[in-house]
Design a protein around this ligand. Structure first.
Ligand code: HEM
Ligand SMILES: *[C@@H]1O[C@H](CO)[C@@H](O)[C@H](O)[C@H]1NC(C)=O
Ligand SMILES: *[C@@H]1O[C@H](CO)[C@@H](O)[C@H](O)[C@H]1NC(C)=O
Ligand SMILES: *[C@@H]1O[C@H](CO)[C@@H](O)[C@H](O)[C@H]1NC(C)=O
Ligand SMILES: *[C@@H]1O[C@H](CO)[C@@H](O)[C@H](O)[C@H]1NC(C)=O
Length: 377
């Protein structure tokens, strides 16, 4: 065999050995150009605006137009009980693959999230877990239904991708070190209910139950998970998500920030709105959520950090604190996103910059953050 043939054979073997989405150096870039040439880049609609005033109030949302249907085998669900529930009711595509604008609309209509807050959560997740070229994201695991991937190190892993938005110390999921960090875990959720029984008014999951449970979740992971990571941006979602259930999962007619264990079980376990469920009576955004997460933090302050072995929590005081909202926005835009897209070019860069602009649009008004530009202006 001539030397060049040997190399060729070796390359072919290597290519066969690798999964389809892996690639030899340079190939992804070519594939991506071919893909863009064939299909173009998906149009990126602007984020939806707020619900109109005549339709942003109390409303029956478990209605005949949005019937609950159990998930089919080819449909994807993931770590977020709210998005899973919205997909099971058809507020999101039941496939579990959605455009960011569809997610913004779904959480506004189904649960009455304020527009800025809906955009903040959605575009943050999309930049870490979605496909910027096809404008699609899985609310569960990685799937080829989001189309051809951009070059690595982009992950396009869907919401279940550990170490992006999905992270440690969840309330109803186990840490990824121990198994599937996106799947509901009954043992975990039993603790959620136990804390409601012990600390909440009338056995509900209220602000005090949330506060004690959030603290316990961190202490437990410090003591058991040798690879615990509890830094920006995960710290913010962990604290917000502890508060969300006692706001958005409580029927808007009562709206007392006390989630009954039956209603909690309906959302978390059945991924289904309770019968006759009404959403919040007005859009709920940062101004409601942040004082509540602030109380959780002041009850039990912590410093961001990582475990290097169990019970060996290394504090990282120089990373943004959970209260440093604009610092976390900058961390996402300048560190996390470029970690997956170090040097994007062409239409990929355009798409990323557009989505980064949408993320900034969500944080400018209520927080007055200064816009940052990882890829130039
Ligand atoms: C708007 C877009 C949203 C996105 C992209 C999103 C994404 C996610 C992700 C990735 C997680 C997993 C984090 C983890 O525990 O590791 C999560 C958890 C969670 N989400 Fe969402 N979410 C959204 C909206 C909402 C809304 C509106 C609610 C309202 C109740 C909500 C409630 C929760 C809760 C309670 C958890 C924690 C689950 C647990 O700790 O076991 N999410 N979400
Ligand atoms: C995704 O992969 C499955 C299984 O390999 C294949 O049958 C299907 O055609 C693929 N779909 C897309 C959209 O590429
Ligand atoms: C659920 O979590 C418990 C406690 O961490 C663990 O023992 C159990 O194996 C988990 N179940 C699954 C299906 O992973
Ligand atoms: C507890 O529940 C009972 C019965 O529903 C109600 O009358 C009472 O006001 C509740 N207590 C508080 C503190 O909300
Ligand atoms: C917002 O930030 C700018 C620039 O840092 C500052 O000049 C302005 O006073 C701030 N506005 C509010 C409302 O905080």
């Amino acid at each position: 065999m001539k030397f060049s043939t040997i190399i060729l054979v070796a390359l072919v073997r290597l290519a066969v050995a690798m999964p389809a989405y892996d690639s030899l150096v340079g190939l992804s870039e070519r594939e991506i150009n071919e893909f863009v040439g064939r299909n173009g880049v998906a149009p990126i609609p602007n984020p939806p605006g707020p619900l109109p005033a005549y339709d942003n109030g109390l409303k029956l949302v478990n209605d005949p137009a949005h019937p609950f249907m159990t998930q089919q085998p080819n449909e994807l669900r993931g770590p977020c009980p709210a998005l899973n529930t919205l997909a099971n009711h058809g507020y999101l595509p039941r496939s579990g693959v959605a455009r960011p604008d569809q997610i913004v609309t779904a959480v506004m209509e189904g649960l009455n999230l304020g527009n800025d807050f809906a955009k903040f959560l959605t575009y943050q997740a999309f930049l870490m877990n979605g496909n910027p070229l096809t404008n699609l994201m899985s609310i569960g695991m990685k799937t080829n239904m989001t189309g051809q991937d951009p070059p690595k190190p982009a992950l396009v892993g869907g919401l279940s991708q550990h170490g992006t938005f999905e992270g440690d110390t969840s309330m109803s999921r186990i840490d990824a070190f121990f198994g599937d960090g996106a799947a509901f875990n009954q043992t975990r959720f039993n603790d959620f209910l136990a804390f409601a029984s012990k600390f909440g008014v009338n056995g509900t999951y209220d602000i005090n139950a949330a506060s004690e449970f959030r603290f316990e979740r961190l202490q437990d992971s410090i003591a058991t998970n040798p690879q615990l990571v509890f830094t920006s941006p995960r710290i913010l979602s962990a604290y917000s998500e502890a508060v969300f259930p006692l706001v958005y999962f409580v029927d808007g007619r009562l709206n007392n920030r006390q989630l009954t264990q039956d209603a909690a079980t309906s959302f978390f376990f059945d991924q289904r709105m309770p019968a006759d469920f009404h959403r919040q009576p007005a859009p709920v955004s940062f101004e409601v959520i942040e004082p509540l997460t602030g109380k959780l933090f002041s009850d039990h302050p912590f410093v961001p950090g990582v475990n290097q072995g169990v019970n060996n929590y290394i504090e990282m005081p120089n990373t943004p604190a959970v209260s440093d909202f604009c610092g976390i926005y900058e961390d996402i835009a300048l560190r996390v996103v470029p970690g997956q897209y170090p040097k994007p070019t062409g239409q990929l860069r355009d798409a990323l910059m557009k989505n980064l602009g949408f993320l900034f649009g969500a944080v400018v008004f209520q927080h007055n953050c200064t816009q940052v530009f990882p890829y130039g202006k």
